[in-house]
Structure formats: C-alpha cells, structure tokens
Ligand binder design. Sequence first.
Ligand code: COA
Ligand code: NAP
Length: 263
Amino acid sequence: MSVFKDGLLAGQVALITGGGSGIGAGIATRFAEQGARVAVLGRKLDKLEGVAQQIAAAGGQALPLPADVRDFAAVEAAVAQAISTFGQLDILINSAAGNFLSPAAGLSANGFRTVIEIDLVGTFNASRACFQALSKQGGSIVSITATQAWVPTPLQCHAGAAKAGIAKLTQDLALEWGSSGVRVNAVAPGPIADTEGMRRLAPDETDARSRLERKMPVGRWGRVAEIADAVLFLVSPAAGFITGTTLVVDGGQSLVGAGDLFG
Ligand code: COA
Ligand code: NAP
C-alpha cells in the first residue's frame, strides 16, 4: 500500500535498470501501480519477464529489456526499444549494481573494475542514453546509491568508490541538465530486508540483522516499498525544485556508522 494518491505517474514512461529483482523490481511495481508504463532492464531475461508478468497481471504495462549496463550500445538499443514501444520516456531509475564482500588487499583489479563498471559506468551509460528523450518534455533521473559512498565500510572499497562516484555524477549531471528540464537525484538506502544486497553483505542474516537492528536509530531494517516510495517522491511534482541531491533513506544507520556489520 503506497502513501501516495493513485495515478501520480499516469501517462508517464519509466525505465528501471536492475528492474528484474529487489529494489529495482519494487520501484517498477510501485511506478506501475501509480499509472506509469515501465521498461525493466537487466541481464537475465527470465527475471525481467517475471516482473513484467506480475505487473501485467495487476493491470499494468511492462516491457522486459535484456541488456548489460556496461555495454553502451546495448543500453542505447534498449532505450530505443522502450521509446518505440511506449512513444516517450520520462523517468530513468538506475538500480543495477554488483557487490560482494572482499578485503581490499585480496580484491583483484578486475573485481574492483567490475563493480565500478556496473555501478558507476552503467549509471552514466543509461543516463547518457536516456538524456535526449528525457529532455523532450522534462524528465527525471534517480540513481540508487548506498551509504558506503561516504561511510567508511570494511570489505566494501569497490562499492563505496562506485557509489561515491554516482553521488558526484548526480551533482554534475544535475548542473548540466537542469536547463534541459531534467532533474537528477539519488537515493541512498540503508539495509533493506529480503534483498540480494543484504543476502550478500550479511550472509549470516539472522545474527547480522539482530546486531544491526539493535544499533539502528529506528530499530529495524528497511523495506523495499519504503525505498520505492522515496524514489516516487523524487520523480513526482512534489520534488520539482529538488535536483543534484542524495536522499538518505537508511533509518539513521549512517549516523552510527558501519561498525562491525560487514566485518
Ligand atoms: N570476492 C572477490 N572477488 C570477486 C567476488 C567475490 N565474492 N566475486 C567476483 N569477484 C571477482 C572475480 O574473481 C573477477 O575477477 P578476476 O577476473 O580477477 O578473477 C571479477 O570479480 C569479475 O567477476 P565475474 O564473475 O566475471 O563478473 P560478472 O560480470 O559475471 O558478475 C558480479 C558481476 C561479480 C558483481 C556478480 O556478483 C553479479 O553479477 N552481481 C549482480 C547481483 C548483485 O551483486 N546484487 C547485489 C547488488 S548490491
Ligand atoms: P539485486 O536484486 O541484485 O538488484 C541488482 C539488479 O541489477 C539485478 O536485478 C541484476 O540483474 C541487475 N544487474 C546486475 N549487473 C547488471 C549489469 N551488468 N547490467 C544490467 N543489470 C545488471 O540487489 P538489490 O539489493 O535490490 O540492489 C538494488 C540497488 O540497491 C543496487 O544499486 C544496490 O547497490 C542498492 N542498495 C541496496 C541495498 C540493500 O540493502 N539491498 C542497500 C543500499 C543500496 P541481472 O543479474 O539479471 O543483470
């Protein structure tokens, strides 16, 4: 159940990278509930089709777009397909990411580069590929980053660097693209329950979860729906004067630091 009135995104088209699972799928579903037609992009077609079928079963319209965000030509082709199917593009959500726990001293150069390329280069690729369409009628970009962007976090130097890069990219694109009517923002979630991200970062989920929940100001992990609603706010007219910012939606986790969660 969303706190927003129905039909907030009626007539709009959104493309969500990483829309085949987790937070990206939650955003796609929430946007469809609010009247948007959505395109979901990721590498694995079966996951994308699963999300698209669920949205269609609920009366929405969704288009699966298999592509790797590291491949600019593939992303460009997927964006063109979304526009030829739906006739326009109003919103881009960058949720695709890769992550794992690794000590910096044991991380290979290719491991570091892989995460930078999926998260940071992928966010640039999708933003660049969508810009022209978004600027036609005034659009909005929201990238999903993480608190690792500024909270020093053990075993996360690759993800932290990638997400910090996205925060800066968000500011620079907002600066350059504001005059074209395109707002560019980011959301930094804290630990979100029932996601691949937390399955990877807290493999002993029960223990890590109870440790972290005790430390967190709000006393619990977040829900996918809470991130989807924060993103919905940023793409809505209620946020029409907001650009270049990262909205932290972490239940206060970053106020107390990463601590031993990932250690
Ligand atoms: N620890 C250390 N290094 C790792 C690793 C781990 N757990 N997993 C992968 N790597 C390294 C690999 O060893 C490889 O480096 P090498 O060539 O020097 O050996 C490099 O990362 C690339 O791995 P590869 O499996 O070829 O990459 P990929 O492009 O197929 O997959 C990943 C990307 C590794 C990020 C994969 O986990 C993935 O697809 N993740 C998507 C889902 C996800 O991470 N969700 C959570 C989002 S927060
Ligand atoms: P997830 O379900 O694994 O979502 C990541 C998605 O990205 C997957 O659907 C994956 O699909 C896609 N993807 C990965 N590499 C890709 C590539 N090269 N090209 C295209 N798509 C690719 O994980 P999640 O936990 O929901 O994370 C979603 C976002 O939230 C990420 O940006 C993550 O950093 C951020 N975040 C999550 C948490 C959390 O608690 N979960 C906290 C902070 C931030 P394919 O494998 O099919 O490509």
